[in-house]
Design a protein around this ligand. Structure first.
Ligand SMILES: *Cc1c(COP(=O)(O)O)cnc(C)c1O
Length: 393
């Protein structure tokens, strides 16, 4: 293949495409967040396979960088961390009525409780696990998602303290989540912070003693010192993406994107002017040209909504997806690119990376697809192999 020094990464033999995850970037991002959090500890949020970066490698790299907690949405994610031998505190925040919490309690996984029913479910798991469940009481200060609304908060606190008195639970944390953290001056941010303080004070007056009070996601960690409390919960920023692209890119916050998605051209061919490209011919060549076939499609996580728009680096320059993204592939028109004449099958195509060497970023793909960078990295499917670089020596 032509050497195109975009990623500096050799190709594993036989691979057509891959997700390269720079664990050094994850580690350094966690360190940058720990420094910014000052006295607050960092919970690296590693739900959804560490936002597509790989649950266990992502978690280990974040811990190596200075995170001291891990956060996940699902019980299976928490148990997978424990099964890998990771002993750091883990908070898991979503489970359904009827799900058995005994394995999580037995594994020392902290659980979120939004209602007295969840406290009872955790106490039931504790009875069978033979140890108390560790609870973080969730107050809904305005997001309207998980959590007890302020009117229901006293009942949640009372239920948790009653279960504590029976030895069934430990009340470890109080927490909440912002609706508008990416707009730090939004009035709801101030209101939610004030309501959180009131809820904590009310619970403490009732006898709760929280080891950790936590409210800040990535955006609040980066932009709102008032939101730090004892612990911050960044997810996206750990992977080097900006949660507030309107306020600044990753570099502005000392972060570096960890994920690169790239492929090798499966085919390069000559076509005449006026040739339709991909389903429904949404792109037509305007001159005799060379087309490159990229063997990645929406089944791999390339958003179909980025048809005609998703940026790539190929043949020494930048172009966009020509026409529709298909299930397994899309096409690029090499017209006008510096290396168009010499491009051939096997050459590297970079969809996005850390922004060096002129490669696009996940944020640019988000804009092309009408979504957020969270979705771009998280949806990269298991079909695309992950390869890890930059590990600690
Ligand atoms: C996903 C999530 C986070 C992390 O959010 P980022 O915006 O990725 O930093 C923090 N807290 C809760 C409750 C979450 O669901």
């Amino acid at each position: 293949m032509t050497a195109v020094a975009v990623t500096e990464q050799e190709w594993p033999a036989g691979w057509a495409g891959e997700v390269v995850v720079d664990l050094g970037a994850v580690r350094e991002n966690a360190a940058a967040l720990a420094e910014r959090a000052e006295r607050a500890a960092v919970m690296a949020v590693v739900k959804a396979d560490a936002y597509g970066h790989g649950l266990v490698p992502g978690a280990r790299a974040a811990l190596a960088g200075g995170a001291s907690w891990l956060g996940v949405a699902q019980l299976e994610e928490a148990l997978a961390l424990r099964a890998a031998g990771i002993g750091a505190p883990v908070l898991c925040w979503l489970f359904a009525p009827g799900q058995d919490l005994a394995p999580a309690v037995a594994a020392g996984v902290d659980l979120s409780a939004s209602s007295p029913g969840a406290v009872a479910q955790a106490a039931d798991g504790a009875a069978r696990a033979g140890r108390p469940a560790r609870l973080h009481l969730f107050v809904d200060t305005g997001l309207g998602r998980e959590g007890a609304p302020p009117a229901a908060w006293p009942d949640l606190v009372a239920a948790a303290l009653a279960a504590r008195a029976e030895g069934a639970v430990e009340v470890v944390g109080a927490w909440s989540h912002y609706a508008w953290a990416d707009a730090p001056e939004h009035p709801t941010v101030h209101r939610q912070t004030a309501l959180f303080r009131e809820a904590v004070a009310l619970a403490e007056a009732a006898g709760a003693r929280f080891a950790v009070r936590h409210l800040a996601n990535s955006a609040a960690t980066l932009t709102n010192p008032d939101a730090r409390f004892d612990l911050v919960r960044p997810g996206l920023a750990v992977y080097g993406l900006s949660p507030v692209p309107d306020l600044g890119g990753p570099a502005r916050f000392g972060l570096r994107p960890a994920m690169t998605v790239r492929a090798r051209l499966a085919l390069v061919k000559e076509v005449p002017a006026g040739h339709g490209v991909s389903y429904a011919h949404q792109y037509t060549t305007t001159a005799p040209t060379r087309l490159g076939l990229v063997p990645l499609g929406y089944a791999d996580g390339v958003p179909r909504s980025a048809s005609g728009a998703g940026p790539v680096r190929v043949a020494g320059g930048r172009t966009r997806v020509a026409g529709r993204v298909c299930m397994d592939q899309f096409v690029v028109d090499l017209a006008g690119l510096p290396g168009a004449g010499t491009a051939r099958a096997g050459d590297e195509v970079v969809l996005f990376g850390d922004g060096r060497y002129g490669a696009p970023t996940a944020q640019e793909w988000a804009e092309a697809a009408g979504t957020i960078s969270y979705e771009v990295v998280t949806r990269m499917s298991a079909r695309l192999p992950r390869r890890y670089v930059g590990e600690a020596p």
